[in-house]
Ligand binder design. Sequence first.
Ligand code: ATP
Length: 794
Amino acid sequence: MAPKKEATLNLQQQQQQQVLDIERIKRHFSWSDPNAISSEPAMATNNDGGTAAQWNRNSQAAVSVRHAFKTYGKKKNAIPVLNNLMMTVPKGTIYGLLGASGCGKTTLLSCIVGRRRLDSGEIFVLGGKPGTRGSGVPGKRVGYMPQEIALYGEFSIRETMMYFGWIFGMGTKEIMERLQFLLNFLDLPSEKRLVKNLSGGQQRRVSFAVALMHDPELLILDEPTVGVDPLLRQSIWNHLVHITKAGQKTVIITTHYIEEARQAHTIGLMRSGHLLAEESPSVLLSMYKCISLEEVFLKLSRMQSQKGEISNVNFSNNISLHAMAFGSKMDKPSSSQEGGVVGLNFHQSKEVLINESNGSVFTLNQEPYDPPQIKRNKPNDEESCQDCCANLCKVTTKGKMKALLTKNFLRMWRNVGVMLFIFALPVMQVILFCLAIGRDPTGLNLAIVNSEMNNTNICHWEDSCHFTNLGCRYLSHLNDTMEKTYYTDLEEAKDAVRVGKAWGVLYITENFTDAFVARVALGRDADDETIDQSEIRVWLDMSNQQIGIMLNRDIQLAYRAFAMDLLDQCGNNPKLGDVPIQFREPIYGTMNPSFTDFVAPGVILTIVFFLAVALTSSALIIERTEGLLDRSWVAGVSPSEILFSHVITQFVVMCGQTTLVLIFMLVVFGVTNNGELFWVIVLTLLQGMCGMCFGFLISSVCELERNAIQLALGSFYPTLLLSGVIWPIEGMPIVLRYISLCLPLTLATTSLRSILTRGWQITEMAVYSGFLSTLAWIVGFLILTLLVLQAKRG
Ligand SMILES: Nc1ncnc2c1ncn2[C@@H]1O[C@H](COP(=O)(O)OP(=O)(O)OP(=O)(O)O)[C@@H](O)[C@H]1O
């Protein structure tokens, strides 16, 4: 009976202890639904997420991760990184996340801040799910310091703080006050120093300062103490302990200096995608009877390896009661008293960590310093209202736009050389185009054999109704663009063409004048020989179509001029010498159309379109590879805001470029414009916008800058060739014509050509279809870019 009684007593004691523990948890977390607690005394043991109790509990912990799974890569080669991970970070505590390099700490943090999405499982941050409306995460409730520096190198420390401060909705004065505190606290150099000129450690401190800037509720720090000297490191930890003291601020920190994590309230030891343990450092040490945390980690890792399964060691499935009790601050976080030797992949740390004395923050000078308190806006404050509005309308805030636009323009200003080039480039292209394309070739060599002159080049003829040396008279009508070289032998002249010394041979027969007069006099009675002898024979080098056609044209025009002149001198109607087809003044264009006028509309649009592509195609990539895009996202800037700010900045640049292109094309080089300048400007700007949006799409799709450049360059030639810029699309095979119509430049080029050369109004279908297609492309590219950016956030 006695043992039975003892067992009953033990059971009662256990039950009482359990009730006491629950009461303690309840007090700490202010739970309102006691039934919910009593039904789930083990807290997170079987959290499926979804019941009111679970929601309540998840919303009370600062961060709660439940059954998190995350893999990288496609199905076959998928790398599992998070594997049924459970984690609970109580409010007002420091949570040290430890684990070997590559175990998934950064991935977990990026999921917590809403930068990445889990494959399955749930995350609750500050009572909401990251990324949901009104959760404030990503946003100003979180301060995030990523592993990489993620700062704009060309900004000064002050400008960096301004940028992030404005994003977080702070006022300039407030930012300046905070900046002074952070400069002092983190022992930063002058606020005017450019980030790129700082040392690695200084850059990390600026990055840390950015995370602290707006005094967020939740600080997530990915290895903030790397490259920081021991004194400052301790100062940082003191600050973290200080800010969590009041129970309002929570810190999650990863570090490779394992012993410094002793100052955390809770330690999560991570391995193979899940937490081996989640306890306070002192409990871990006593529970595993170890003297260092490293030893604990080794022990747990060994146990995990031996069992192959962690079910019986995974304390993370149950939030540690001990860890939760930190809320009361009874269990003061300990400072390391020993130089802990850190193994595995961790760095060694043998510094003796200095105890915090009275909770004040110590600067490097060890002077207690109380940071200026960030004013929290009341719900009816202007900023809050802006945020409400932004949340509701999904638009933006003034501060964010100010920050993003200032950032974009500042980056341009700091790269003023590049900017000058960006403006000089279109001007250069226009000048080169106008000087090099469309003009008639000159100085073309023509080999002439005039047998009528007995192989001499002394040529006499009379400018009247005299029929002597008509061959010479004809030659005088050949225009000056041709360089005439006289040969005595026909074969010799042909050889000159064969070896590339001349573009053609013009041969005049021995008795050309007599035969020509006989031909005119006899008319239809002229015999074949007479006709044959009266003909000027020409052999051309047609390997160059443009030159061949031009020589052909000029030789024929010279005959027309010769015949009409002769008839006129002899008192006959000169028209008798002309081809009986009369070309009247053209309805559009001129009698002597210029190739430049044909190509110019397409060239204007191509220059503006592809310059915009070049400017924007790497814009997002540079920010992404430097980790800046992530940081801005976590700070609460949405992809559409980033995109919108770039659109505005690039639009300003494009306006300048468009103005220069049009001034040089239309004013300096006098390209024909018979239409309304207003519509020319509008269409050119729209094409620039279209190119910009195409650039953004490339930028969002490509991970690397070189891929973006390849894609942008790769798209240049197909677009140029298929858009009817240099050759009418009517000359293409029918299938290609349809493809051509689907390109962004085709209808716009036709439209601009119609305005410039025909002077058509916007009401003409050929004109407005160019505008409509460009608008459709802009919308299409923007939607695609946003979709890609949204998808990549996961
Ligand atoms: N974008 C990615 N694509 C594919 N694999 C990735 C990606 N990011 C991380 N990984 C892989 O996921 C694993 C976890 O990486 P993570 O950066 O989360 O580790 P970590 O614990 O933070 O490492 P460290 O302490 O060295 O920073 C690593 O094996 C890494 O190679």
